[in-house]
Design a protein around this ligand. Structure first.
Ligand SMILES: Cc1cc2nc3c(=O)[nH]c(=O)nc-3n(C[C@H](O)[C@H](O)[C@H](O)COP(=O)(O)OP(=O)(O)OC[C@H]3O[C@@H](n4cnc5c(N)ncnc54)[C@H](O)[C@@H]3O)c2cc1C
Length: 410
């Protein structure tokens, strides 16, 4: 295999292009040059750091990003559960990550691909299929790359994000997730700064949840709500976001003098995974393959990790697809415990046991469980059979008197 075409120059496409160009392959990356000023995917998880290092861009990302020491879950105005990434040292990951403005982050990853020798072609790429398991670039797209000399590339990758270009063109169905949420978000100033600096806040709303992601000079604020909850908040995305900020006790307490700096952007129907991720001469990566859910922020890591896995399995795309499907399923399972309240019930049980007995054994148990959850939510062991087994066991036997339903995110 010598020539590769990648459709889309977002983070997944650009990362894959870099890895393949570094192996000496001839890589063409199509971009439609659509890069909005505001894109979700601002909060990164620690598992992404090794990928940034492999790409050689961590320092550049640190220069535009804000150090992220952990995540806090704001259960109500009076209860905040703080998780810091320190325990993930136990699973050999950096104990931090970054919050980043997406357009600048995307530019860094794309520039890296160009430095690696990738050919960037500004063209709205299209593919076609003759009904077999193979795809090819359509005539206009092929003609946009004169250096291919009219020859089809050996392998074509869909990195078109939520456009899901191959799935749409080839009629590949998607498995939909259980939640039918919409997210509305914008950048603000005038919120109280959080301690420690850079900590991401996930807030439980009366229905749905909110995020607060601190960036260097502003705060990204978003709400994730279903249709009924959205209708109660207002008729437009602006009204919904601003009503939530005004009326949610935890948000309003921190919004001292909120001023919106950007338009409000909306994302909906995002929980979907393609039923097939590869064919004889093609594969899908990043969001084009599937997206789990914004809870816990696995999206950018899954996008870059899919690039790494495909680069390592280009000759055997079926292996790539199977690995990605397992990874996505593991994240779905983990995120499910947060939505249905069992993760918070486990946490409450651990705290209660430690307070009641304050014995070495209960302290050890609590720390062990905390490390476990941190390693899974940071991406280090999300897929590990042992880790998943422990969480399943705890979710069944370690929620004591706590009622998960009262802690669920509706
Ligand atoms: C509400 C919400 C919140 C999220 N929050 C987070 C978060 O906090 N942290 C996190 O890690 N992830 C988050 N994500 C997920 C994250 O945004 C995505 O997983 C990530 O953007 C996927 O990257 P990608 O490269 O696959 O796709 P994209 O970033 O969408 O890039 C695809 C690129 O392909 C281009 N393109 C499309 N079609 C063509 C074509 N025909 N020809 C040429 N170019 C084309 C597009 O213009 C785009 O530039 C969130 C997602 C949602 C929905």
């Amino acid at each position: 295999m010598k020539t590769i075409a990648i459709i889309g120059s977002g983070p997944s496409g650009s990362a894959l292009a870099t890895f393949l160009a570094q192996r000496g392959l001839d890589v063409t990356m199509f971009t439609n040059e659509r890069r909005p000023g505001l894109i979700v995917g601002e909060s990164l998880i620690p598992a992404l750091i090794p990928v940034l290092r492999r790409l050689g861009v961590e320092e550049r990302v640190a220069a535009i990003g804000l150090h992220k020491p952990g995540v806090s879950f704001v259960m109500s105005k009076d209860e905040k559960i703080d998780f810091c990434f320190a325990p993930v040292a136990a699973c050999h990951l950096p104990t931090y990550s970054y919050n980043v403005p997406r357009p600048a982050f995307d530019r860094i990853i794309e520039d890296r691909a160009l430095e690696a020798g990738v050919r960037r072609v500004a063209h709205q790429a299209k593919i076609e299929s003759d009904g077999s398991d193979r795809v090819r670039l359509d005539a206009e797209t092929l003609a946009a790359v004169p250096s291919l000399g009219g020859r089809q590339p050996d392998f074509i990758v869909d990195a078109s994000g939520r456009s899901r270009m191959f799935a749409r063109t080839l009629g590949i169905p998607a498995r939909l997730g259980g939640r039918k949420d919409a997210a509305h978000f914008a950048h603000y100033e005038g919120f109280d700064p959080e301690e420690p600096r850079g900590q991401v806040l996930i807030g439980r709303l009366e229905a749905g949840w909110s995020w607060r992601i601190p960036l260097r000079d502003r705060l990204s604020v978003g709400i994730v709500v279903n249709k009924d909850a959205a209708a109660k908040l207002g008729a437009t995305p602006e009204e919904r976001l601003e009503t939530a900020i005004r009326t949610d006790p935890a948000l309003s307490a921190s919004a001292r003098n909120p001023r919106r700096l950007t338009d409000v952007v909306t994302y909906s129907n995002y929980q979907l995974v393609s039923e097939r991720g590869h064919g004889a001469n093609w594969a899908m990566i990043g969001d084009a393959f599937g997206f789990v859910d914004p809870m816990l922020s696995p999206g950018m890591w899954l996008a870059l990790r899919s690039a790494e896995i495909l680069a390592d399995n280009l000759e055997t795309p079926a292996i790539y697809s199977a690995k990605m499907s397992e990874l996505i399923a593991a994240w779905m399972e983990l995120i499910g415990y947060y939505y249905d309240g069992r993760m918070f019930a486990m946490y409450h049980t651990g705290v209660r046991l430690e307070r009641r007995w304050n014995m070495a054994l209960s302290r050890f148990m609590h720390r062990h469980v905390e490390t476990h959850i941190a390693c899974m939510a940071s991406g280090a062991t999300t897929q590990s059979a042992y880790g998943r087994g422990v969480i399943r066991f705890l979710a069944k036997h370690f929620i004591g008197g706590a009622d998960p339903r009262s802690l669920a995110i509706r």
